[in-house]
Ligand binder design. Structure first.
Ligand SMILES: [Zn+2]
Length: 219
């Protein structure tokens, strides 16, 4: 059986981690609108992740959906439904990563800081080593920031068993959200596959997160 695109990208990733430039710069306008590898990636916006480089993706091969954390949010699902049903992708790859900023705060803490709680503002300022200036106003949107659940880590903390587990929990939650969505088929002739990974920003390597598995609890 032929190797899946995801497995080919893992081969690329091992070469990338050794310093090889697998992604080649390309001129725009020469590719069809449907991604040639039929792949959609959901990855964190972290400035240290070059998704095309670390997967060895070429221009025109994949959709890349990015947000804070690489979280499978309602908006990520929106893009994935369009990606599959209208643009023919059939492999989804989730990329979380070590040292992610989403380990360093909670939704409640950030919301309290934004709404003017001085203790929260001080904690956020300390955690990020910048002056947190609270707008001191309330808002109903965004309804959630999707910070990763579990005990807070210092910003940019190196990987350990505890924060890796928190990353894995969120990858699994994302895989489950996709597998359980009524508009994303994961069986039958039109099935989409979903696999999740944690990218190590120190080594450049991707590690697969087994699914199913623990997803952690609130609090
Ligand atoms: Zn991140």
């Amino acid at each position: 059986m032929a190797k899946s695109n995801t497995d080919q990208f893992l081969d690329h990733n091992r070469r990338y981690a050794k310093g090889e430039a697998v992604h080649r710069p390309s001129h725009p306008g020469k590719q069809p609108i449907q991604p040639a590898r039929r792949v959609a990636v959901v990855g964190c916006m972290d400035a240290r992740l070059d998704i095309e480089d670390l997967l060895g993706l070429q221009t025109g091969e994949a959709h890349v959906i990015r947000n804070a954390g690489g979280v499978v949010t309602e908006d990520a699902i929106r893009s994935l439904v369009i990606s599959h049903h209208l643009l023919n992708t059939n492999e989804i790859i989730l990329v979380h990563h070590t040292r992610c900023g989403m380990l360093a705060f909670t939704d409640d803490l950030l919301k309290a800081g934004l709404e003017g709680d001085p203790t929260a503002s001080e904690l956020l300022g300390k955690a990020t080593a910048r002056n947190f200036v609270s707008p001191a106003r309330s808002s109903t949107s965004p309804a959630a920031f999707h910070a990763f659940r579990g005990p807070l880590e210092p910003l940019d903390a190196p990987p350990d068993a505890s924060n890796l587990e928190r990353l894995q929990w969120d990858v699994r939650r994302g895989i489950s959200a996709i597998l359980n969505h009524p508009w994303i088929p994961t069986s039958g002739p039109d099935a989409v596959t979903v696999r999740g990974f944690i990218y190590d920003v120190d080594t450049g390597l991707l590690e697969e997160v087994p699914h199913p598995g623990a997803t952690g609890s609130i609090g």
